[in-house]
Design a protein. Sequence first.
Lengths: 150, 165
Amino acid sequence: VTENMSVFKYQNYLDSYENCPPPEYQQVSMSAFRWIFEDINHENNFKPVLLIKPERINDKMFDSQERKCEGYALSLYDSLSNAKKAYERIRKRNKNLPKMVGTHVAKIALAQTDGVAYECSRHKNNKGHFNFHESENTDLSNQIVTVEKL
Amino acid sequence: MKTLKGRQINQLPVDGLFKVGDLVNYEGPLMSLFSNQKGELYLYHWCDCDESHHRWLVYPVTLNQLINYLNRKLTHYQLIMGNRVAYAVDLDGDAEVHNLTRLPTAEIPEDYLPDKEILHDDEDCPHLDQITDYLKDLASKTSKTVSFKTSVPTLEIYETNRLPA
Protein backbone atom coordinates (compact mmCIF):
# COMPACT_ATOMS: atom_id res chain seq x y z
CA VAL A 1 0.00 0.00 0.00
CA THR A 2 1.38 3.35 -1.03
CA GLU A 3 2.34 5.97 1.52
CA ASN A 4 -0.59 8.22 2.47
CA MET A 5 -3.00 5.74 0.94
CA SER A 6 -4.41 3.22 3.33
CA VAL A 7 -6.89 1.31 1.20
CA PHE A 8 -7.73 1.21 -2.48
CA LYS A 9 -11.18 0.69 -3.92
CA TYR A 10 -10.42 -2.83 -5.10
CA GLN A 11 -7.98 -3.69 -2.34
CA ASN A 12 -9.23 -7.27 -2.06
CA TYR A 13 -8.12 -7.90 -5.63
CA LEU A 14 -4.92 -5.86 -5.42
CA ASP A 15 -3.84 -7.87 -2.38
CA SER A 16 -3.36 -10.87 -4.67
CA TYR A 17 -0.36 -9.25 -6.34
CA GLU A 18 2.99 -7.99 -5.15
CA ASN A 19 3.58 -4.26 -5.36
CA CYS A 20 0.08 -3.49 -6.50
CA PRO A 21 -0.11 -0.63 -7.20
CA PRO A 22 3.64 -0.34 -7.80
CA PRO A 23 5.54 2.28 -5.77
CA GLU A 24 6.03 4.50 -8.82
CA TYR A 25 2.31 5.28 -8.77
CA GLN A 26 1.82 8.69 -7.17
CA GLN A 27 -1.02 10.80 -5.91
CA VAL A 28 -1.97 13.55 -8.32
CA SER A 29 -4.06 16.66 -8.35
CA MET A 30 -5.10 17.42 -11.89
CA SER A 31 -7.80 17.33 -14.51
CA ALA A 32 -8.08 13.95 -16.20
CA PHE A 33 -10.14 12.73 -19.14
CA ARG A 34 -11.89 9.42 -19.70
CA TRP A 35 -14.02 7.98 -22.47
CA ILE A 36 -17.51 7.26 -21.14
CA PHE A 37 -20.99 6.41 -22.36
CA GLU A 38 -23.50 9.18 -23.00
CA ASP A 39 -25.41 8.02 -19.93
CA ILE A 40 -23.11 9.30 -17.22
CA ASN A 41 -24.60 6.69 -14.88
CA HIS A 42 -23.67 3.80 -17.19
CA GLU A 43 -22.40 0.98 -14.98
CA ASN A 44 -19.19 0.52 -16.96
CA ASN A 45 -18.10 4.15 -17.13
CA PHE A 46 -15.71 3.91 -14.21
CA LYS A 47 -15.35 0.18 -13.82
CA PRO A 48 -11.91 -1.39 -14.37
CA VAL A 49 -11.74 -3.88 -17.19
CA LEU A 50 -11.18 -6.90 -14.93
CA LEU A 51 -14.39 -6.13 -13.08
CA ILE A 52 -16.36 -5.72 -16.30
CA LYS A 53 -15.02 -9.02 -17.61
CA PRO A 54 -13.40 -10.93 -14.72
CA GLU A 55 -12.74 -13.96 -16.91
CA ARG A 56 -10.28 -11.91 -18.91
CA ILE A 57 -7.75 -12.31 -16.14
CA ASN A 58 -6.79 -15.45 -18.05
CA ASP A 59 -6.23 -13.47 -21.23
CA LYS A 60 -2.69 -13.08 -22.47
CA MET A 61 -3.04 -9.34 -21.98
CA PHE A 62 -2.97 -10.01 -18.26
CA ASP A 63 -0.05 -12.39 -18.43
CA SER A 64 1.94 -11.03 -15.50
CA GLN A 65 1.32 -9.85 -11.97
CA GLU A 66 1.94 -6.29 -13.14
CA ARG A 67 -0.62 -6.54 -15.93
CA LYS A 68 -3.20 -8.18 -13.68
CA CYS A 69 -2.73 -5.31 -11.24
CA GLU A 70 -3.22 -2.82 -14.08
CA GLY A 71 -6.49 -4.54 -14.91
CA TYR A 72 -7.99 -3.01 -11.76
CA ALA A 73 -6.93 0.50 -12.77
CA LEU A 74 -8.80 2.96 -14.99
CA SER A 75 -7.40 4.35 -18.24
CA LEU A 76 -7.26 8.12 -18.18
CA TYR A 77 -5.72 10.84 -20.35
CA ASP A 78 -3.95 13.98 -19.25
CA SER A 79 -5.68 16.31 -21.69
CA LEU A 80 -8.86 16.57 -23.71
CA SER A 81 -6.78 16.72 -26.86
CA ASN A 82 -4.93 13.48 -26.07
CA ALA A 83 -8.16 11.71 -25.12
CA LYS A 84 -9.76 12.74 -28.40
CA LYS A 85 -6.73 11.87 -30.52
CA ALA A 86 -6.43 8.37 -29.06
CA TYR A 87 -10.15 7.75 -29.52
CA GLU A 88 -10.09 8.87 -33.13
CA ARG A 89 -6.98 6.86 -33.90
CA ILE A 90 -8.46 3.63 -32.55
CA ARG A 91 -11.95 4.29 -33.92
CA LYS A 92 -10.56 4.50 -37.44
CA ARG A 93 -9.35 0.93 -36.98
CA ASN A 94 -12.23 -0.41 -34.89
CA LYS A 95 -15.28 1.53 -36.04
CA ASN A 96 -17.59 0.01 -33.45
CA LEU A 97 -15.33 1.11 -30.61
CA PRO A 98 -18.10 3.43 -29.31
CA LYS A 99 -20.20 0.35 -28.51
CA MET A 100 -17.49 -0.80 -26.14
CA VAL A 101 -16.20 2.39 -24.54
CA GLY A 102 -18.85 5.02 -25.19
CA THR A 103 -19.19 8.13 -27.27
CA HIS A 104 -18.29 10.88 -24.86
CA VAL A 105 -15.34 12.13 -22.87
CA ALA A 106 -15.58 13.29 -19.28
CA LYS A 107 -13.33 15.83 -17.64
CA ILE A 108 -12.71 14.68 -14.10
CA ALA A 109 -11.22 16.68 -11.25
CA LEU A 110 -8.72 14.41 -9.53
CA ALA A 111 -7.68 15.32 -5.99
CA GLN A 112 -4.66 13.96 -4.11
CA THR A 113 -6.78 11.62 -2.02
CA ASP A 114 -8.62 10.10 -4.98
CA GLY A 115 -5.97 7.54 -5.81
CA VAL A 116 -2.61 7.07 -7.51
CA ALA A 117 -1.52 7.48 -11.12
CA TYR A 118 1.27 6.33 -13.39
CA GLU A 119 2.09 6.54 -17.09
CA CYS A 120 2.05 2.97 -18.24
CA SER A 121 5.50 2.15 -19.58
CA ARG A 122 4.47 -0.77 -21.77
CA HIS A 123 3.14 1.64 -24.33
CA LYS A 124 6.15 2.92 -26.19
CA ASN A 125 4.98 6.44 -26.75
CA ASN A 126 2.31 7.23 -24.29
CA LYS A 127 0.84 10.50 -25.50
CA GLY A 128 -0.99 11.28 -22.33
CA HIS A 129 -2.42 7.92 -21.33
CA PHE A 130 -2.07 6.87 -17.71
CA ASN A 131 -3.46 4.31 -15.32
CA PHE A 132 -5.28 5.27 -12.15
CA HIS A 133 -5.99 3.17 -9.08
CA GLU A 134 -8.87 4.66 -7.10
CA SER A 135 -8.92 5.05 -3.34
CA GLU A 136 -11.51 3.17 -1.34
CA ASN A 137 -14.05 5.97 -1.15
CA THR A 138 -13.47 7.53 -4.57
CA ASP A 139 -16.38 7.75 -6.97
CA LEU A 140 -15.17 9.50 -10.10
CA SER A 141 -18.70 9.80 -11.44
CA ASN A 142 -19.25 12.41 -8.74
CA GLN A 143 -16.21 14.34 -9.87
CA ILE A 144 -17.18 14.89 -13.48
CA VAL A 145 -16.72 18.53 -14.37
CA THR A 146 -17.85 18.47 -17.98
CA VAL A 147 -18.88 15.91 -20.59
CA GLU A 148 -18.64 16.35 -24.31
CA LYS A 149 -19.25 14.21 -27.36
CA LEU A 150 -16.24 12.61 -28.96
CA MET B 1 -25.24 -7.69 -34.15
CA LYS B 2 -25.48 -7.80 -37.91
CA THR B 3 -26.41 -10.90 -39.83
CA LEU B 4 -23.51 -11.66 -42.11
CA LYS B 5 -23.64 -12.72 -45.74
CA GLY B 6 -21.68 -15.88 -45.33
CA ARG B 7 -21.87 -19.56 -44.54
CA GLN B 8 -22.02 -20.99 -41.05
CA ILE B 9 -19.20 -23.42 -40.39
CA ASN B 10 -18.22 -25.52 -37.40
CA GLN B 11 -14.55 -24.73 -37.05
CA LEU B 12 -11.76 -22.62 -38.42
CA PRO B 13 -9.64 -24.26 -41.14
CA VAL B 14 -6.62 -24.20 -38.85
CA ASP B 15 -5.66 -26.11 -35.72
CA GLY B 16 -3.76 -25.37 -32.57
CA LEU B 17 -3.76 -21.60 -32.59
CA PHE B 18 -2.14 -19.89 -29.65
CA LYS B 19 -1.91 -16.20 -28.97
CA VAL B 20 1.37 -14.46 -29.71
CA GLY B 21 0.35 -10.97 -28.58
CA ASP B 22 -1.77 -7.90 -29.15
CA LEU B 23 -1.11 -5.49 -31.99
CA VAL B 24 -3.75 -3.08 -30.73
CA ASN B 25 -5.01 -2.81 -27.18
CA TYR B 26 -7.15 -0.47 -25.14
CA GLU B 27 -8.09 -1.98 -21.79
CA GLY B 28 -8.12 -5.24 -23.71
CA PRO B 29 -7.19 -6.66 -27.10
CA LEU B 30 -8.58 -5.12 -30.28
CA MET B 31 -6.19 -6.76 -32.76
CA SER B 32 -4.25 -9.90 -31.85
CA LEU B 33 -1.80 -12.23 -33.54
CA PHE B 34 -2.28 -15.97 -33.26
CA SER B 35 -0.07 -18.74 -34.59
CA ASN B 36 0.41 -22.50 -34.36
CA GLN B 37 3.19 -25.07 -34.41
CA LYS B 38 3.19 -25.02 -38.20
CA GLY B 39 3.96 -21.31 -38.11
CA GLU B 40 0.66 -20.32 -39.68
CA LEU B 41 -0.34 -16.79 -38.76
CA TYR B 42 -3.86 -15.50 -38.11
CA LEU B 43 -5.02 -12.07 -37.06
CA TYR B 44 -8.06 -11.49 -34.85
CA HIS B 45 -9.58 -8.07 -35.37
CA TRP B 46 -12.30 -6.96 -32.92
CA CYS B 47 -15.19 -5.62 -34.95
CA ASP B 48 -18.45 -5.63 -32.94
CA CYS B 49 -20.20 -6.53 -29.72
CA ASP B 50 -23.58 -6.78 -28.05
CA GLU B 51 -24.43 -7.31 -24.41
CA SER B 52 -23.16 -10.86 -24.32
CA HIS B 53 -20.85 -11.43 -27.27
CA HIS B 54 -17.82 -9.98 -28.94
CA ARG B 55 -17.35 -10.49 -32.68
CA TRP B 56 -13.90 -10.93 -34.15
CA LEU B 57 -12.84 -10.96 -37.77
CA VAL B 58 -10.27 -13.71 -38.27
CA TYR B 59 -8.05 -14.01 -41.31
CA PRO B 60 -4.71 -15.52 -42.29
CA VAL B 61 -1.63 -13.50 -43.10
CA THR B 62 1.73 -14.55 -44.44
CA LEU B 63 4.95 -13.79 -42.65
CA ASN B 64 5.91 -11.35 -45.39
CA GLN B 65 2.57 -9.56 -45.20
CA LEU B 66 2.83 -9.19 -41.46
CA ILE B 67 6.40 -7.92 -41.59
CA ASN B 68 5.40 -5.40 -44.23
CA TYR B 69 2.48 -4.35 -42.05
CA LEU B 70 4.72 -3.85 -39.01
CA ASN B 71 7.13 -1.90 -41.17
CA ARG B 72 4.19 0.28 -42.25
CA LYS B 73 4.42 -0.76 -45.89
CA LEU B 74 1.00 -2.44 -45.90
CA THR B 75 -2.19 -1.05 -44.42
CA HIS B 76 -4.46 -2.94 -42.04
CA TYR B 77 -7.16 -2.83 -44.72
CA GLN B 78 -4.80 -4.42 -47.24
CA LEU B 79 -4.00 -7.21 -44.79
CA ILE B 80 -7.67 -8.11 -44.58
CA MET B 81 -8.58 -7.62 -48.21
CA GLY B 82 -5.55 -9.59 -49.34
CA ASN B 83 -7.72 -12.61 -48.62
CA ARG B 84 -10.73 -13.78 -50.62
CA VAL B 85 -12.44 -15.06 -47.48
CA ALA B 86 -12.35 -14.28 -43.79
CA TYR B 87 -14.12 -15.65 -40.74
CA ALA B 88 -16.35 -13.94 -38.21
CA VAL B 89 -16.33 -15.48 -34.75
CA ASP B 90 -18.77 -14.58 -31.99
CA LEU B 91 -17.32 -15.27 -28.55
CA ASP B 92 -19.14 -15.08 -25.25
CA GLY B 93 -17.65 -13.93 -21.95
CA ASP B 94 -16.00 -17.30 -21.43
CA ALA B 95 -14.43 -17.17 -24.91
CA GLU B 96 -16.78 -19.93 -26.11
CA VAL B 97 -17.56 -19.81 -29.82
CA HIS B 98 -21.25 -19.20 -30.57
CA ASN B 99 -21.23 -18.45 -34.26
CA LEU B 100 -18.57 -18.99 -36.84
CA THR B 101 -19.19 -17.60 -40.31
CA ARG B 102 -17.07 -17.96 -43.41
CA LEU B 103 -17.63 -14.91 -45.58
CA PRO B 104 -16.09 -13.41 -48.70
CA THR B 105 -14.02 -10.37 -47.74
CA ALA B 106 -16.07 -8.40 -50.27
CA GLU B 107 -19.10 -9.01 -48.02
CA ILE B 108 -17.53 -7.76 -44.81
CA PRO B 109 -19.66 -4.87 -43.51
CA GLU B 110 -17.99 -1.51 -43.91
CA ASP B 111 -18.06 -0.78 -40.19
CA TYR B 112 -16.14 -3.99 -39.52
CA LEU B 113 -13.21 -2.79 -41.64
CA PRO B 114 -10.53 -0.27 -40.72
CA ASP B 115 -10.18 2.93 -42.68
CA LYS B 116 -8.13 2.24 -45.77
CA GLU B 117 -5.11 4.28 -44.77
CA ILE B 118 -4.58 2.83 -41.27
CA LEU B 119 -1.05 1.57 -40.65
CA HIS B 120 0.54 -0.23 -37.73
CA ASP B 121 1.10 2.05 -34.74
CA ASP B 122 3.55 1.16 -31.96
CA GLU B 123 1.63 3.34 -29.59
CA ASP B 124 -1.30 0.94 -29.45
CA CYS B 125 0.83 -2.21 -29.35
CA PRO B 126 1.75 -3.49 -25.89
CA HIS B 127 3.35 -6.72 -27.12
CA LEU B 128 5.55 -5.40 -29.90
CA ASP B 129 8.75 -6.99 -28.62
CA GLN B 130 7.29 -10.44 -28.14
CA ILE B 131 5.57 -10.30 -31.53
CA THR B 132 8.72 -9.25 -33.40
CA ASP B 133 10.76 -11.85 -31.48
CA TYR B 134 8.28 -14.53 -32.49
CA LEU B 135 8.35 -13.48 -36.14
CA LYS B 136 12.13 -13.33 -36.19
CA ASP B 137 12.24 -16.84 -34.79
CA LEU B 138 9.72 -17.98 -37.37
CA ALA B 139 11.72 -16.33 -40.14
CA SER B 140 14.95 -17.93 -39.00
CA LYS B 141 13.34 -21.34 -39.37
CA THR B 142 12.63 -20.57 -42.99
CA SER B 143 16.04 -19.03 -43.65
CA LYS B 144 14.50 -15.63 -44.23
CA THR B 145 16.18 -12.40 -43.25
CA VAL B 146 13.95 -9.98 -41.41
CA SER B 147 14.24 -6.44 -40.20
CA PHE B 148 11.69 -4.50 -38.23
CA LYS B 149 11.69 -0.77 -38.25
CA THR B 150 9.27 0.57 -35.71
CA SER B 151 7.94 4.10 -35.80
CA VAL B 152 10.23 5.07 -32.93
CA PRO B 153 13.77 5.37 -34.30
CA THR B 154 15.46 4.27 -31.09
CA LEU B 155 13.56 1.02 -31.25
CA GLU B 156 14.84 -0.03 -34.61
CA ILE B 157 15.49 -3.72 -34.60
CA TYR B 158 17.66 -5.46 -37.10
CA GLU B 159 17.75 -9.16 -36.63
CA THR B 160 19.77 -10.49 -39.45
CA ASN B 161 23.22 -11.56 -40.28
CA ARG B 162 23.26 -8.63 -42.67
CA LEU B 163 23.12 -5.52 -40.52
CA PRO B 164 22.12 -2.35 -42.35
CA ALA B 165 24.93 -0.36 -43.85
